[in-house]
Write a protein that binds this ligand. Sequence first.
Ligand code: AHR
Length: 516
Amino acid sequence: MRRKILFFTLIATFSIVNCQLLTGQTTATLHADQGQQIIPKEIYGQFAEHLGSCIYGGLWVGENSDIPNTNGYRTDVLNALKALKVPVLRWPGGCFADEYHWMDGIGPKENRPKMVNNNWGGTIEDNSFGTNEFLNLCELLGSEPYISGNVGSGTVEEMAKWVEYMTSEGDSPMARLRRQNGRDHAWKVKYFGVGNESWGCGGSMRPEYYSDIYRRYSTYCRNYDGNRLFKIASGASDYDYNWTKVLMENVGRRMDGISLHYYTVLGWNGSKGSATNFTDEDFYWTLGKCREIETVIQRHIAIMDFYDPGKNVALMLDEWGTWWDVEPGTNPGHLFQQNSLRDAFVASLTFDIFHKYTDRLKMANIAQVVNVLQSMILTNGKQMTLTPTYHVFRMYNVHQDATYLPLDIQAATQEVRDRRTIPMLSGTASRDQQGKVHISLSNVDLKQAQEVTINLQGMNAKKVTGEILTSANISDHNTFDKPEQVKPTTFSGATINGNTLTVKLPAKSIVTLELQ
Ligand code: AHR
């Protein structure tokens, strides 16, 4: 018995010592008195493309499906997205947009022609989800629609008529057509993309040529009956700074926004790596690549600042997120990938960066909302699971339309593959319209807990509550059989003493705190 007690005492002592050894100390300052910029809720935007099972099976099952639905939209997905507060939803692509002919997707479903989805696995598209179905979905979700127009293979007339169909209230030909299709009043459509990836799948154009094409197409995208379009030019792929330069020079203020695409991806040829089977080194590489978005944003913004110091043209990061190998056994053209706690970190670290640049960055859309790339939700027939990325979007939605508060973190750093350096702690803060301050912190260290001491400048708080997202392994993810393997729980590791907030963050954890 005595030997047993000695054994357990030794184990307990070792664990405590070990735990202390494995706790890093980090300090930070929250400048609660320096809030100026509003974090536009649109940077929490989503993207839904006709790709794999994003639309069909993911968002839309049709009224006659045995999957519970609301006018054809999956009720489970609808409810999950409502809880997420999706501010803006981009559709119908992506690459699909430049082969999409909107007139094929209106009117009685039995009369709608089919097409081949050439970009995404050669799947037959039956056009049963079209303009009316998309815009009605946005109304149900309370999301602003963001339409991507077809420049690559569509005509100016086709694009002009689409805008008229959606937004004209009067007795115009397209408004009449809309009424024939059961919708009396026009929808409000704010965001309109004039092409997508026009340097690639959207027409393989040079920036000089696309600049003129943009000028031509956008001329005929009219503002009908009080609807004011916010026109977005197809922008650069990550490091292509020349594209931004040429468009700023040649298009300038004719565009309200210019887009940018940046994926956390391991090169475009060959294997991109498994979504769930990866090493610790792969994890840190991922964070390095994800964080490089900051340099990319800075450099595009510097070019924009040169041509547009008044910041009239917005930067719209309308595709971002992780891109892994598809799940084994699934169609390679359908981009169906799992989503682990690693992806959750990509989301939290990316938002921490986005929040700093919102004087220029006015929208971002993660790719994509359901069943494609870094999605919020995965579905399989009647089954559905929320991903770790969903949980970060939900935990971070307190920052939507809140005032950005600078948070200076003095964190240890680590060198990672490809000569990048990452800080072991990332964070962001804001004050909402009710005066509540929210702080989000990510401890990316896979082994070590961190005690973070935050000096709260310019505020008094008495109470702190929080939520935490973590799991035993960084590759943990949710499956249809185990949908709650990774989910947020209540966090009680934070205390306030005067102006000092102390937060004990376990290894590989993401926390959002509320201070009142
Ligand atoms: O999000 C998937 C694809 O990635 C989009 O269709 C395209 O715009 C980008 O290359």
